[in-house]
Design a protein around this ligand. Structure first.
Ligand SMILES: O=C(O)[C@H](O)[C@@H](O)[C@H](O)[C@H](O)COP(=O)(O)O
Length: 238
């Protein structure tokens, strides 16, 4: 059970005593939401983030006994690297989520060979239009700098990524702090999701979130909190 519930208008804080309990609770919540979506429209669309945080959650979710053959999984963002790269979010999802029962899900990656990140983003944007938007579930992570998805504070054209009225699905990202060029869902597609979770772990991330959620210079995660029409469900463990 969540140890601590602190609610505000823009987010609900769900704290857990440890990371395994968070993984189990978040996996249960996501599985229930996907099942309801399938009951309602015959399919469910899930977008997950990469990084080092989600592995335990992915493993727990992969075992959920739901109709995975009716679930489409895609990525919130991707580094411009092939799935064979240790930096690949598609590789992380393949190894940790698309296993066990979840092996039956359809996975839609973002990376593919292209002349450059702009071409990859344009073809992704066209190809992903055929998916059953809006997202039913989106799982966000957050960096210590308050970035989420690939909305890095130093990204070129950050306002375009954060435009809540954008009709784009995927945009390219150039940001020195990101390492390689990125492909990201736009904020507009993220806030349209039926269930938005932010999965963060550790005291440093809690401090960073508290700082970003408070007043002061607006961090990208705050743009999501401010633009979302429903509270973001924050799942945190020490
Ligand atoms: O591609 C990525 O890196 C993610 O999508 C990114 O937004 C991630 O969620 C944060 O950077 C947190 O990453 P960690 O889980 O490694 O702290």
């Amino acid at each position: 059970m969540a140890r601590e519930q602190l609610n505000s208008a823009s987010y609900n804080w769900n704290a857990f005593p440890d990371r395994p309990q968070l993984a189990s609770a978040l996996a249960g919540r996501v599985a229930d939401t996907l099942t309801k979506a399938i009951a309602g429209r015959g399919t469910a669309l899930l977008a997950v983030s990469g990084g080092t945080t989600p592995a335990k959650f992915f493993a727990a979710l992969s075992a959920a006994p739901i109709a995975w053959d009716k679930v489409i999984v895609t990525l919130v963002d991707e580094r411009f690297v092939p799935a064979s790269s240790p930096r690949s979010n598609a590789g992380l999802v393949a190894a940790n989520l698309l296993q066990n029962a979840a092996k039956a899900a359809r996975f839609v990656p973002l990376y593919h060979e292209a002349v450059g990140i702009e071409d990859a983003a344009a073809s992704d944007d066209a190809a992903l239009r055929s998916l059953p938007w809006p997202l039913d579930v989106v799982i966000l992570g957050m960096g210590p700098d308050g970035h989420t998805a690939s909305f890095f504070p130093d990204a070129d054209d950050l306002p375009k990524l954060l435009d809540p009225a954008s009709d784009r699905i995927i945009l390219p990202v150039h940001a020195v702090s990101a390492g390689e060029p990125r492909l990201t869902l736009t904020l507009a597609r993220i806030i349209d999701a039926g269930f938005i979770a932010l999965h963060i772990e550790g005291e440093d991330k809690r401090t960073a979130f508290d700082g970003a959620a408070a007043s002061g210079p607006r961090k990208p995660i705050r743009a999501v909190l401010d633009a979302s029409p429903k509270p973001v469900e924050v799942f945190w463990a020490p």
